[in-house]
Write a protein that binds this ligand. Structure first.
Ligand code: PMP
Length: 402
């Protein structure tokens, strides 16, 4: 029997260390800060129960249009304040949105600029598409005085390389939790317009702002040069697998050809339920409760890190989303633990019953320094406190370098 060879492009996909951790992290005895899971206690179950069961409506059991269910498309156009030029394509989560965009527009060897560290699912999608990833340092969640330098680096890359897309997560970045300032949003869209680079704005966490002021999307500032990937995983439920692409009609039409090949259309019963949920006036209250709960969990994690870790550890601040970035790459760490890497620390944490993701997972190339992505949305406030305390013991019990 001849052996079945995988396609070359698939061989570039690496086994995901994150998937390995996540399979262990789901054990009951583990406190998990590893996944990107929403709080189950906050799923809008009461609102869903009020809906007519859409899976018993014959029309929703039939094949449907590739763009999406008409009633839902109308609700979303109104929700996002779309003008006549812009439109929506329903997808099976933002992840499918990204895959479809890449399949529609990217040839092997095309260049995509991304900030590093970067959402792993995006890095994998770029690999599968055969794109060349061009790394930039973070543009969001950075001190104001560093912004100019970072923008100059971005401009220099766009000037030198023929970049097709710039992939950005301007609101509550995965993995770092940081967001672009207004100035950064304006500068990035202007640079992309100047160099003819199209923007992919990945916005799954945008509606999870629990503090600070909401800022315009990149697409608000540059509607012709930008498409937005939206997700209902974080504000409704990931199991529903619903997201959408917002872009100019001409762009949507091109992507829709590929959507037809991929899966004909996104499942209708879920789209009908989502339309019903979004039309319910109580949905806003659900969002507010969700944000309130995440603020509590975020604050619990932030203050637990301050309480249990050594004084030189400063967790990054976030104004929303699901993650805190813990960067230990400072001189104090180097002096105390020279040669220790993030994976080692994550493994020791797991042995103590806490799952965390080492930051190196989110870098396309070898990375120096030790950092972690900590998810605060899934565990209760009590577990967050216990988990951070246990995690801090890992550092405390490490053998110092000297
Ligand atoms: N983009 C980012 C930045 C994400 O963090 C995620 C999910 N973790 C996705 C896209 C995929 O979202 P969805 O569940 O809608 O496919």
């Amino acid at each position: 029997m001849s052996s079945l060879q995988i396609a070359d492009r698939v061989s570039y996909l690496q086994e995901s260390y994150l998937r390995e951790i996540l399979s262990v992290a789901s054990r009951r005895d583990i406190i998990s800060f590893a996944g990107g899971l929403p709080a189950e206690a906050c799923f809008p179950l009461a609102l869903l129960k009020q809906l007519e069961r859409s899976e018993t409506v014959p029309g929703y059991l039939q094949y449907g249009g590739s763009q999406g269910l008409d009633i839902l498309l109308d609700v979303l156009r109104a929700r996002y304040g779309l003008t006549g030029e812009q439109d929506i394509l329903m997808t099976s989560g933002a992840q499918q949105g990204l895959d479809l965009v890449l399949r529609t527009f990217v040839n092997p060897g095309d260049k995509i600029a991304v900030e590093i560290p970067c959402y792993l699912g995006a890095l994998q999608a770029f690999r599968l598409a055969g794109a060349e990833v061009c790394s930039l340092p973070l543009l969001g969640g950075i001190p104001e005085e560093v912004e100019e330098v970072r923008l100059a680096e971005m401009e220099s890359l766009l000037r030198q390389e023929n970049i097709k897309f710039f992939y950005a997560i301007p609101d509550f970045h995965n993995p770092t939790g940081g967001s672009y300032s207004l100035k950064m949003r304006q500068a990035v869209t202007q640079l992309c317009e100047k160099y003819g680079v199209f923007l992919i704005e990945d916005a799954p966490y945008r509606e999870l702002r629990f503090t600070g002021e909401s800022l315009p999307t990149l697409a608000d500032l540059s509607p012709q040069q930008c498409l937005v990937l939206r997700s209902f995983s974080k504000v409704v439920s990931p199991g529903l697998r619903l997201g959408c692409i917002q872009a100019e009609q001409r762009v949507i039409w091109e992507i829709m050809k590929v959507k037809q090949v991929a899966d004909l259309h996104t499942q209708l019963p879920g789209q009908a339920s989502l339309a019903g949920l979004l039309m319910n006036p109580d949905f806003n209250q659900h969002l507010q409760r969700l944000r309130q709960e995440y603020l509590c969990r975020y604050s619990a994690m932030h203050s637990a890190i301050k309480r249990y870790f050594p004084g030189w550890v400063t967790p990054c601040k976030a104004e929303g989303g699901m993650f805190i970035w813990l960067d230990l790459s400072c001189e104090a760490f180097q002096q105390a633990f020279n040669g220790v890497d993030g994976r080692q620390l994550a493994e020791s944490a797991l042995a103590k019953g806490v799952a965390v993701v080492p930051g190196s997972v989110f870098y396309p190339h070898q990375q120096a320094g030790v950092s972690f992505r900590l998810n605060f949305s899934h565990e209760s406030v009590v577990n967050i406190d216990h988990g951070i305390q246990r995690f801090s013991l890992v550092l405390e019990q490490m053998e110092p370098a000297i």
